[in-house]
Design a protein around this ligand. Structure first.
Ligand SMILES: Nc1ncnc2c1ncn2[C@@H]1O[C@H](COP(=O)(O)OP(=O)(O)OP(=O)(O)O)[C@@H](O)[C@H]1O
Length: 312
């Protein structure tokens, strides 16, 4: 009993139970004997069922992070866990299973998402067949299960009428819907997308974003979307900004309904406090007040004030 009481008194460990937990993640690339630190001690927790946009300037480390989360690249140091799988400790077999069953991905280029010689429904069934292996491919029960899941995904993504077409016979938006269905075939816990609306016009982009929302809401996937698209970033509950290989700030949005049933979205900006107490203030705030180098800090009763350097 004493042990139970002690365990109950323990604080919840960092990111416990979350879908994605990255702690002090480092990825160093060496190209022509020059070292590039693409991730420099990145911390990130994404809760189960969340829909998150990752934003940041070109070269800030977004794709590097996504490749690590997709199990395609291994970080140099730190810890990264997705649905309880330790991304630094997996062997080749575990990594393959991880990529087939735990994560799904949608890339910007269609060629990376869909096989050109297969129809949409064949593309969706393929990940299930690969997962099931040779034996499952021969059984009728498995074929029926795959067909049922394919039908469910075609419906959810509103592409049932395109089931028999090949990728070249689809528009960009239809290709991305099909890509989302393929990524969701094996019901992964986490769906990752790298600039999925990058090659689409804004109206089609908005519809694709709606498809991600459907997948998040109806199929229960945790969704992480890397995007430059301010429209996408503005529509999710949580936007995480990456700067210089670290998570630097977050915007959380909440829909508030007033007494007349009128809905408004309230936004709040947060900065990440690391374990040594460092914060990175938003560049636009610093520019607005002309703050650089040294700033004055004061402790108030319930907050900390940061002001321009007032020392004469
Ligand atoms: N394989 C690699 N070898 C060497 N350097 C790399 C490699 N991959 C990425 N980098 C470097 O790591 C840094 C982060 O790159 P990354 O592609 O993650 O940025 P990004 O935020 O996704 O950029 P973008 O928005 O332009 O796609 C960059 O300086 C990049 O040049």
């Amino acid at each position: 009993m004493q042990r139970a009481a002690l365990a109950a008194a323990q604080p919840r460990s960092y990111g416990e139970g979350a879908a994605i937990v990255c702690e002090r993640l480092v990825r160093i690339f060496t190209a022509e004997r020059v070292e590039v630190q693409a991730l420099q001690g990145l911390d990130l927790v994404v809760d189960r069922g969340d829909l998150v946009a990752l934003v940041g300037a070109s070269g800030s480390g977004k794709s590097t992070l996504l490749n690590v989360l997709a199990g395609l690249d291994v970080p140099t140091a730190g810890t990264a866990t997705v649905d309880g799988c330790d991304l630094l400790g997996m062997n080749a077999k575990e990594r393959l299973r991880y990529r087939r069953e735990v994560v799904g991905f949608v890339w910007q280029q269609t060629a990376r998402n869909l096989l050109p010689f297969l129809t949409v429904s064949q593309n969706i069934a393929l990940p299930m067949q690969l997962r099931g292996g040779k034996d499952a491919r021969r059984t009728r029960g498995a074929a029926r299960r795959y067909a049922a899941r394919t039908g469910e995904l075609l419906e959810a993504l509103d592409i049932a009428d395109l089931a028999g077409r090949r990728p070249a016979e689809l528009s960009g938006g239809q290709q991305q819907r099909a890509a989302i269905a393929v990524a969701m075939a094996n019901a992964p816990t986490v769906l990752l997308a790298d600039e999925p609306t990058g090659e689409l016009d804004s109206e089609t982009g908005a519809a694709i974003f709606e498809a991600f929302r459907t997948v998040n809401r109806e199929l229960g996937a945790t969704v992480v979307i890397v995007t430059h698209d301010p429209m996408v970033a503005g529509e999710v509950r949580r936007t995480v900004a990456i700067r210089d290989g670290r998570t630097s700030s977050e915007v959380l949005r909440r829909t508030v309904t007033d007494e007349h049933g009128e809905e408004t979205v309230s936004e709040r900006e947060y900065v990440m406090l690391d374990r040594t107490g460092r914060v990175q203030l938003p560049a636009k705030f610093l520019e607005a007040l002309g703050m650089e180098h040294r700033v004055a800090v004061d402790l108030a009763a319930d907050h900390i004030e940061v002001r321009p350097d007032d020392h004469a």
